[in-house]
Write a protein that binds this ligand. Structure first.
Ligand code: GN1
Ligand code: MG
Length: 339
C-alpha cells in the first residue's frame, strides 16, 4: 500500500482494513494530516470507476455552489490533483474521514426517522441538479425485470445441486412474480419521476452524531450507486434494513421480526423532506417500495448462490442461500405486519 500512500502524499501513522460492505475493500488510514477512508473500487462490478468519480465530483461541485453547508464526502486529491487513482491494476479513491458513527442495525426508532430524513434530504437537495448529467455507474442496477430474468437463467444453468436444495426458495420467488409486474406498471406511469437516487440506503450508509444527548443523522455515505432512479429503491432499501431486528446475515429465521413502530418513523423522516416532490401515485407506492426491494434482494442473493457466488463476498459455503432465505422470511413478515 506504500505506493498508493505516496500518490496521495500522506505520511502514514497506521492503516487497517475495515470489514464493511459486500463489494469494495475499505481502509482507514491515519496520517500526520488526519484520517482518511481509502477504498479500492471493485471494478469487476463497477466496470467504469471513472463514472463513479465523475458523479461524486459533479455532485460535490453542485453542492459547493448550491448548498455549501451540506456535509458531503468530497473526494480527496492526489499530489497531482486526481480523485481516482489506477494503481497495480486496481482503482482507488479517498475521502477525509467524517467524524461520526454508523450502525449495522438500528437500536431505536428515532434512528429510523433520522436516517430516512437524511436520504430524503439528499434527493431533495439535488432536485435542481440536471440528472441527465450523471453517469450510469451500474446499468440496470435496480431493474427488477432483468433481476428476475437473471434468476430464471440461474435456475436452468446454475449449479444443479444448489438448484435442488433451493427448491422451496425458488418456488416462493416464482410465486411472487406479481411484484415484477407491479414494478413494470409503476415505472411506466406518467406520474412517476426519475430523481437523483442513492440506491444503497442501508443503515450502515448513514453517519450519526450525538449532539448534547440527542442522536442525529448527519450525512449519507457510499455514493457509488448514486444515479437517476426511482424513489421506491431508496425507501425500499430502508424498509429492508431499518425495520428488521436482525441483519440479512442472520440464519435463525425466528429472529427475523419486524419492528412495526419504525415504519412510521421511517416514513415521516423521508416525507419531512420529500412530501412535496412526490406525486400521489408515487406516495401510494410507499409500502410497495419495501416489497420491491426485499424481493429483489432475495432474488439477487439466490441467483448468486445458484451461480456459485460470483458476485457477493462470502465467508462460508451457503452464505448467499442463507441471505436469500433471510430476505424471503423478511418479505413474509413485512407482508404480515406492514402491508
Ligand atoms: C451491496 O457492498 P454494499 O454492502 O455497499 C450491493 C447492494 C446490496 C447490498 C446487500 C453494488 O452493497 O445492492 O443491497 O450489498 N451493492 C452492489 O448487503 O451490488
Ligand atoms: Mg454500497
Amino acid at each position: 500500500m506504500e505506493g498508493i500512500f505516496k500518490i496521495y502524499g500522506w505520511n502514514i501513522n497506521a492503516y487497517k482494513q475495515l470489514h464493511q460492505g459486500l463489494i469494495n475493500s475499505t481502509y482507514l488510514v491515519t496520517t500526520t494530516t488526519g484520517e482518511y477512508i481509502l477504498q479500492n473500487i471493485n471494478h469487476h462490478i463497477f466496470k467504469d470507476p471513472h463514472a463513479i468519480d465523475f458523479n461524486i465530483n459533479a455532485i460535490g461541485n453542485h453542492l459547493h455552489i448550491h448548498a455549501p453547508g451540506y456535509l458531503f464526502t468530497h473526494l480527496e486529491k492526489t499530489v497531482d490533483g486526481r480523485t481516482l487513482v489506477a494503481w497495480e491494476s486496481k482503482y482507488f479513491r479517498a475521502f477525509k474521514k467524517i467524524n461520526g458513527y454508523a450502525f449495522s442495525l438500528l437500536e431505536n426508532d428515532n434512528q429510523a426517522f433520522e436516517a430516512a430524513k437524511q436520504f430524503g434530504k439528499f434527493t431533495q437537495i439535488l432536485g435542481d441538479l440536471d440528472m441527465r448529467s450523471l453517469k450510469i455507474t451500474l446499468p440496470d442496477f435496480h431493474n427488477l425485470s432483468l433481476r428476475y430474468h437473471q434468476f430464471s437463467e440461474a435456475i436452468i444453468n446454475g449449479n444443479s445441486k444448489r438448484i435442488l436444495t433451493s427448491k422451496d426458495a425458488i418456488s416462493y420467488l416464482q410465486a411472487n412474480h406479481w411484484i415484477v409486474n407491479k414494478y413494470e406498471q409503476y415505472i411506466k406511469h406518467p406520474d412517476v419521476k426519475l430523481r437523483v437516487t442513492h440506491h444503497d440506503t442501508k443503515i450502515s450508509n448513514v453517519l450519526f452524531k450525538n449532539e448534547e444527548g440527542l442522536e442525529k443523522a448527519i450525512c449519507v455515505i457510499d455514493l457509488d450507486t448514486v444515479m437517476p432512479g426511482y424513489f421506491i429503491s431508496d425507501i425500499g432499501d430502508m424498509c429492508r434494513t431499518y425495520l428488521c431486528k436482525v441483519t440479512e446475515e442472520e440464519k435463525d429465521l425466528n429472529l427475523v421480526q419486524i419492528e412495526t413502530e419504525r415504519w412510521g418513523q421511517l416514513k415521516n423522516g423521508y416525507l419531512s423532506q420529500m412530501q412535496n416532490s412526490l406525486s400521489n401515485f408515487e406516495l401510494d407506492h410507499f409500502i410497495f417500495g419495501g416489497q420491491f426491494m426485499i424481493y429483489m434482494q432475495a432474488l439477487r442473493f439466490l441467483t448468486d448462490y445458484l451461480n456459485n457466488d460470483i458476485y457477493y463476498i462470502t465467508k462460508y459455503d451457503s452464505q448467499n442461500y442463507h441471505r436469500a432465505m433471510n430476505q424471503i422470511e423478511l418479505l413474509k413478515k413485512y407482508n404480515e405486519s406492514i402491508v
